[in-house]
Design a protein around this ligand. Structure first.
Ligand SMILES: Nc1ncnc2c1ncn2[C@@H]1O[C@H](COP(=O)(O)OP(=O)(O)OP(=O)(O)O)[C@@H](O)[C@H]1O
Ligand SMILES: N[C@@H](CCO)C(=O)O
Length: 360
C-alpha cells in the first residue's frame, strides 16, 4: 500500500435521546464512541472517482453483520450523498477507512445518528469541503429526520433541538441515503438510488445547549436484543389527546432546568421525566419497561433521580448521583425476569464535546 497523504480520525460519541418527555427534542451525549481512522492515499491514475479503491473495515459492535459495500454502508453512503450534493461524483481519492465501533446497534444509544454524523464529516473531509458545523447539521438532518441524536452527537453535551419544516420538494429527491427514520418503508441498509445533485436547504436544525449538573451520571442498562427505531416509531399513534401533550410539555419545560441544578432535586426530576407520548406505546416491545417505570423510584433507590427509555429503546437510562451498582442491579433483575437475555450495564459520563476530527 502507498504511503498515505494524510491520516485522520473522526470520533463521534453516542447519545441518549428523549430523556422521558422530550420526544424528538432532547439528546445527551455519552461516553461511548464510533471512531473512524482514515488514510487518504495518493491518486494513482487520471480517475476522478475512486469508489472502487475505498477499503472499508470494521472492528467492535456490528462488525460481523454491517454491510461493507460503500453504496450500502450507512457511513459511506452518507459521505457519498454529501459529495454528490457538492457536485463531486464519488470519493475523490483512494482511502482506507477503519471503523471501530463501541455503540451497539438498535439499542437506543444513537448508533445510526453517530453513523450519519461520521458519514457527513467523512464526506466533508474527503471532498475538502470545509463545511461549518451548522452546515454539517443540515446534511445530518436531511438523513435522520428527528434532530435529537444527530444534534447531540455533532454538538456534544445536553441539547434541545427542533427541525424547520421543509418544503416537500426538498426531500423528494432519490439521492438521500434514506435512513430508517424517513418512515417511508426504506431501511438504513438500502443503497442510495441515484447520484443526482441535491441542494440541501440551509438552517434546517435549530438547537440550544443546556446545562447539566456535573454530579448526574447515566446508568445504561442494555438488553441484548435490538429494537429498530423504525419499529419503535411505527407503534406510536398519529394523533394524541390534548391532556397527554400538555402532560409532556409541562414536564419537558421543568426538566430542562431541573437537570442543571446542583444539588439535583430527585423528586422534581423523577416526576419531570414521566412521559405519555412514546413510552406507554413502546412497552409492548420492551418487556419489563412498565414494571421498571412503576416500581423503581428515588424512595426505593436513594441516589436515583429518574428513569426512562433511552431513545427508542430497548436500553433503559437511569440518571443517578450515587448507589450506581445497587440501582443497576435492581433494574437488571426486572429486565432479566421478563426477558431471556443478558443485560450489559455501563455507567457513562456526560460528554461535553461532540464529534471531533483529529489529524494524526
Ligand atoms: N457504525 C455504523 N455503521 C453502519 N451502519 C450503522 C452504524 N451504526 C448504526 N448503523 C445502522 O443503523 C441501524 C440502527 O439504527 P436504529 O435507528 O434502528 O437504532 P439506534 O440508532 O441504535 O437507536 P436510537 O435511534 O433509538 O438511539 C443499524 O442496524 C445499522 O443498519
Ligand atoms: N426520538 C427518537 C430517537 C430514536 O432514534 C425516538 O424516540 O424515536
Amino acid at each position: 500500500m502507498s504511503t498515505p497523504n494524510k491520516i485522520i480520525q473522526i470520533k463521534v460519541p453516542c447519545s441518549s435521546s428523549n430523556i422521558g418527555p422530550g420526544f424528538d427534542v432532547l439528546g445527551v451525549t455519552l461516553s461511548l464512541y464510533l471512531t473512524l481512522t482514515i488514510q487518504i492515499l495518493p491518486k494513482h491514475s487520471d480517475l476522478t472517482n475512486f469508489n472502487e479503491y475505498i477499503e472499508l473495515t470494521y472492528t467492535g459492535e456490528g462488525s460481523s453483520n454491517v454491510p461493507l459495500s460503500i453504496s450500502q454502508n450507512l457511513i459511506t453512503k452518507t459521505a457519498l450523498f454529501v459529495l454528490a450534493s457538492n457536485n463531486i461524483n464519488g470519493f475523490p481519492s483512494p482511502m482506507t477507512i477503519n471503523v471501530n465501533n463501541e455503540i451497539p446497534f438498535g439499542r437506543g444509544l444513537g448508533s445510526s445518528g453517530a453513523a450519519v454524523v461520521a458519514g457527513v464529516i467523512l464526506g466533508d473531509v474527503a471532498g475538502n469541503l470545509k463545511l461549518t458545523k451548522d452546515r454539517l447539521l443540515d446534511y445530518c438532518l436531511m438523513i435522520e429526520r428527528h434532530p435529537d441524536n444527530v444534534t447531540a452527537a455533532l454538538m456534544g453535551g445536553f441539547v434541545a433541538s427542533y427541525l424547520r419544516e421543509l418544503d416537500p420538494k426538498d426531500i423528494e429527491t432519490p439521492t438521500i441515503p434514506h435512513s430508517e427514520t424517513f418512515e417511508d418503508g426504506t431501511t438504513a441498509n438500502e443503497p442510495a438510488v441515484k447520484q443526482k445533485v441535491l441542494t440541501v436547504p440551509n438552517g434546517i436544525g435549530h438547537y440550544i445547549r443546556l446545562n447539566w449538573a456535573k454530579e448526574i451520571k447515566a446508568i445504561t442498562l442494555i438488553p441484548q436484543f435490538e429494537v429498530a427505531t423504525a419499529t419503535a416509531r411505527s407503534v406510536l399513534p398519529h394523533t394524541y389527546e390534548r391532556q397527554d401533550v400538555v402532560f409532556n410539555l409541562q414536564r419537558l419545560a421543568v426538566l430542562t432546568t431541573a437537570l442543571s441544578q446542583s444539588p439535583p432535586d430527585a423528586d422534581l426530576i423523577f416526576q419531570a421525566m414521566q412521559d405519555k407520548v412514546h413510552q406507554p406505546y413502546r412497552m409492548e416491545l420492551i418487556p419489563g419497561l412498565s414494571e421498571i417505570l412503576s416500581s423503581v423510584n428515588p424512595k426505593t433507590d436513594p441516589g436515583l433521580l429518574g428513569i426512562c427509555l433511552s431513545g427508542a429503546g430497548p436500553t433503559i437510562l437511569a440518571l443517578a448521583v450515587d448507589n450506581f451498582d445497587l440501582i443497576a442491579d435492581r433494574i437488571t433483575k426486572v429486565l432479566k425476569s421478563k426477558n431471556d437475555t443478558q443485560v450489559i450495564v455501563k455507567t457513562l459520563d456526560i460528554v461535553d464535546g461532540g464529534a471531533q476530527v483529529i489529524e494524526l
